[in-house]
Every structure is written in C-alpha cells, then in structure tokens.
Write a protein that binds this ligand. Structure first.
Ligand code: FEO
Ligand code: CA
Ligand code: CA
Ligand code: CA
Length: 583
C-alpha cells in the first residue's frame, strides 16, 4: 500500500505513462476505475431542476453545482453522517469558461444579461452531502442533503479582523464596510482543525473594470486591476471601479465557511491580508496557536504566514471560529547557502508585517498593510517567488511543502537559489522546516525537493531519486498528503509545456523510494487537475477543472465530452478514482 516504504513499491499501483494532450479520457492505473461524484449543473435541492445545457437559468444555477471545481474538502462524522457511507463534500467554483457554457458565445463580451447572471451564479462554493453504497463503491452527491448549500456572487459574507469597517471597505450598498456579497475566483484552500473550510480569493482582478479610475498610489496596478473583460459591470455597478471605488478592496481575502451549518454566514478574514490568495492551510504551533500558510499566486510574489493571537481549544467550536480574526502576519525571505553543496537550500526568516496589532511596515497603518499587503510587503524585502500556489504542512513529518508552479518571466539576472531557473516553465516544489519543528517559529530552513521537467533535462531534480525511473512533470499546483505523509502533486499547464494532459502524481518523501515520482492519473484534454483528496491508498478525489478549455473550442466544436454522461458537452466535475474490487 502507499506509505509502506521499504516493502518494495511504496505506491500500491503501477504508474501510468504520460497521456498525449489531445486525449479525451480520464486515465487511471490498472485495477482502478473512476466515476463522477458531482458535475457542473447537478441539482442540490429536492426541487432543483435537472441540468439542461440548452435551457439554463440563473435561478436554477443558484441551486446547482457551480462551475470549475478547484479545492475539494471531504469530511465524515458531522451531524447527518449516519454511518461510514455518508459524508460532506465542499468545493470551490473558481471561474467559468463562458465560451463553453453557452452556444454562440465566443467570449464574455457576447454574453446576454441573463447569461451573465448565470455566470455570476456559477461562481463561489458548492457544499453537498455525498453517499456510497458500500466501502468499495464510489461516492456520489445526494440531491436534497440537509447541509447542501450554494454560495454564489449574491451570498452575504461578514468581514472581520482589523480592517473590518475600514473606510477603504465601505461602499454605497454597505456603509459599514462589514458585509460583502459574494466570493470570487476561489482557488485552493484548507481544512481547519475545527472542521471549517478555508478558501482563497485569487484572480479577483478580472471581474473589475477599472478603466479611467484614478490610481495615484499604484494600488490598482499592483493587483492587476485594469480593464476587466468579464462584463460583470453590465449587471452589477459594483464591478465598475469608477462607480464603486472600494468594492474591489472587498475581494482578495481568505474566507472561512462552516460547511456543517448551511445557515451560517461565511466570513472574510482581513487579518490574513489581501492578495491573490491561492489558499490557506493551517497547523498548530507548539504553544497551541494556529499558523496559516499562504501563497500569492503571481510571478515574483511572496509566501506568507499568519499566526493567531489566541490558542486552539479542542471541542470549543465557537471559540475556534474566532481564531483567524486576530493575529500576526509575516512574509517569507529565503536565503541560499550557495550552489557548492549541490543542493538548492538555505535558511529563511518570516519578516513581520503586523505583530500584536501594530504595523511593522514604516508608513503603513495596520489597515493599509492588510488591504494592500503586496505593497506593504514590497517595503520589507521578501523573496520574489516563481508563482507560489499551494503551501501546505505535511501532517506526518511536520514540514511545509510549497509549489512554485512556473515563472517564464524570470531572467538570468533574477535567479536566486530559491528560484534557480531562468524562464522557469516547469516549476519546482520547496520544503520548509520551521526551527524546532514549531509552526510558530520565525526562522526556518528550506530545500527544493523537486525541480520539475523532463527527467533527462540535467536541470531537473527528484529528491535524489534515479532519474531514469521517474515520470516527467511540469507546473505543480495543488498538493496533498496521504496518511503516510507521501506528497501528492497535481498540475496545471502540462498541455502547454510537455504536450501532455495534466495529471496527479505521488512522490514519497522518506524511505528507499524517496523522490520516486510516479503518475497516478491524468485528466482529459484542456483540463487541469485540482483538489486532490487522498482518502486512502486506493481512493482519491480529484477535481477536473475546465475540461475542453482549448483555443477555438465551443459547444459547436467540442474537444471533450467529459464526464461522458451523454449530454455531449464538457462539464467540470469532482471525480472519485478507486480500486476496482472483484471482477
Ligand atoms: Fe487558481 Fe493559482 O491557481
Ligand atoms: Ca545550497
Ligand atoms: Ca491553483
Ligand atoms: Ca491553477
């Protein structure tokens, strides 16, 4: 089984070969099968209409699974999980492929107002109960589950933390600066020890039209807020920065949702800063506080850590729900120790931005640090990284793993030991070890454990493993761990860099197979592999995001019919890959 290093294969399956990029299939290892758990448009409530590609409505979409799943969270044991065959599945609906959702739409500019309303409703978060027939059957969503919920662009969120109520967060619809409608471009995320769902608002800039808006401090520019292009200002004035200058400051946060309570108000936590949040993953510090690790997914942007002011209390849910409301914020600097040792490695420090409620950045108030975190961080000299995606503590070895997906803009003059390749199109994965193994430490050591690419490329590195026995990989994005602490990596971008479908890999971190990267599955043409949840050695949940997203593809010119349910159009889905039992 996976996680039995030293017993022959640690993997428990035979890795698959790379899949040519035009393949319209999910490929799983021999002995495995896969099934869709839930797809875009599947009805969540008892009276929700079934999905009908040619007769979509905003009202139906507000009650159906959203589009383009990214982060996936699975839990069991909540109220309603009566037995081993019920669970709760939550997933981000990061963005929409408008050109694949509707016939005759070649770009967002072609959307009717009603289609725009459908698009707004397809963003956000989907929560659904799931069930399976028995332990060897795949999970499937439950229409009408008690905890089922759709969070979309009109769903109210509370704002908390030091910047809540700031004049910079007030709008004509919300003069208190504490209540926001919607969450946007939710990419990765993490589960808290108290069972809530954290989600990162990532490329929110694309929804705002800022043409003609004044930008004296360069704040809009630093966040890439320019001409928009999604057309949302046509149906909601608030997406026009000229009309509603502060609305854009109300996105780019980490949000927390209590998936067990469908009536709860989700929260945007300003204490964790505002940037293009890939996600946030938490671990307890030695003294019982909560550390949250975060990446800002942009070329040359930064890694961050939040540490709560207060400590976690086992079983005290009401208290734990306040932990991300107050604490310290840091940004990472990674120093190399030189190439002579043959490793990309060194030491590092967490540079303070906010400590004990006081700004550590000259010229910036706490509110300004939290709302314009990128500009505040620029002042203190952190390391400019190659697009930090998932940053996640390994629950088995206590180390932190961070995926740098790629950065083709890095020049030879901009190379450093932590970002060692110019025109880095394949990315790398970095391991951080906090001093004393304490997630509350302010210093750490680091080393790159994977320099991605084709193994025959001398620049690549697979944690020391024999490169004749590993799989090619490019553009690491989401990461996850199995119960044995093996690293699982999903990719976003391999069609463009290797002409392969995106895929999910396992890479053991210990034992005789340390660094032996093998491919577990691949997703169909145009899709990105997201989510992964490693339920067990033979059981993995994966989000298949943007299947069929290929230049020129449309409903009249489909390149993918994933998940092959007979309706002829690609439908982003969460799938379950599992070992087939019997014959
Ligand atoms: Fe939405 Fe950074 O990937
Ligand atoms: Ca070194
Ligand atoms: Ca991502
Ligand atoms: Ca991605």
């Amino acid at each position: 089984t996976p996680g039995s290093p030293g017993t022959g294969s640690a993997l428990g399956f035979t890795g698959i070969a790379p899949t040519p990029a035009t393949t319209d299939a999910v490929v799983v290892p021999e002995g495995f099968a896969w099934a869709p758990v839930i797809s875009w448009g599947d009805p969540l409530f008892a009276d929700t209409p079934a999905f009908d590609f040619d007769h979509q409505t905003p009202a139906a979409q507000r009650e159906q699974a959203g589009y383009n799943a990214d982060y996936v969270q699975f839990s069991q044991g909540g109220a309603g999980d009566n037995g081993a065959h019920r669970g709760l599945l939550s997933f981000n609906n990061e963005y929409t492929n408008d050109e694949l959702m509707f016939r005759g739409v070649r770009s967002s500019a072609d959307l009717s107002d009603e289609q725009l309303e459908i698009v707004l409703a397809a963003h956000g978060i989907t929560i659904t109960e799931v069930a399976r027939r028995d332990a060897s059957s795949p999970w499937r969503w439950v229409q009408g589950g008690r905890r089922n919920r759709r969070i979309h662009t009109d769903t109210p969120f509370a704002v908390d933390g030091p910047a809540a109520g700031s004049p910079h967060l007030r709008t004509s619809a919300d003069p208190t600066g504490t209540r926001v409608l919607g969450t946007l471009n939710n990419c990765a995320g993490g589960e808290t020890p108290w069972g809530t769902y954290l989600s990162g608002e990532e490329n929110f800039n694309q929804y705002f039209r800022a043409t003609g808006a004044p930008d004296p401090e360069g704040r809009l520019r630093r966040y890439g807020i320019t001409s928009g292009g999604r057309g949302w200002e046509r149906v909601r004035d608030r997406f026009s920065v000229v009309d509603e200058p502060n609305e854009v400051n109300r996105f780019g946060w980490i949000v927390e949702v209590d998936p067990e309570d469908p009536t709860s108000t989700p929260v945007k936590h300003t204490a964790l800063g505002r940037f293009k949040h890939e996600g946030a993953t938490v671990a307890l510090t030695a003294d019982g506080r909560v550390a949250a690790y975060m990446g800002d997914d942009e070329r040359f942007d930064y890694l961050y850590k939040f540490v709560s002011a207060n400590t976690y209390r086992e079983g005290d849910r009401a208290h734990n729900l306040t932990l991300l409301s107050e604490g310290d914020l840091y940004v990472a600097k990674l120093n190399g120790d030189g190439a002579a040792d043959g490793e990309y490695d060194g030491g590092g420090e967490w540079i303070p931005l906010v400590v004990d409620g006081v700004s550590q950045v000259p010229g910036y108030t706490v509110e300004e640090v939290l709302i314009w975190t990128r500009l505040a961080a620029d002042k203190v000299g952190p390391t400019k990284m190659d697009r930090p995606e998932d940053v996640q503590p390994n629950p088995v070895n206590g180390r932190i793993y961070a995926a740098m997906t790629n950065n083709t803009a890095r020049t030879p003059a901009q190379i450093d030991e932590a970002n060692p390749r110019a025109a880095n199109k394949h990315g790398h994965v970095t391991e951080l070890t906090e001093t004393g193994g304490d997630h509350g430490a302010l210093t750490f050591t680091w080393r790159i454990v994977l320099v991605a690419g084709v193994p025959s490329d001398p620049q690549t590195y697979f944690n020391g493993y024999d490169k004749s026995e590993v799989s090619p990989i490019s553009c690491p994005d989401n990461i996850a761990f199995d119960q044995a602490g093996n690293l699982w990596i999903s990719t976003d971008g391999m069609p463009g860099t290797l002409n392969h479908c995106d895929a999910l890999y396992i890479m053991p971190l210990e034992g005789v197979e340390k660094g032996r990267l093998q491919q577990f599955l691949s997703v169909p043409v145009g899709a990105e592999t997201c989510g992964p949840v490693i339920l067990g050695p033979d059981s993995v949940l994966v989000a298949v995001q943007h299947p069929g997203e290929v230049s020129g593809a449309s409903p009249e010119n489909v390149v993918s019919q994933f998940p092959y349910r007979g309706d002829g159009q690609p439908r982003p889905s969460v799938i379950h890959a599992y070992r087939r039992h019997g014959r």
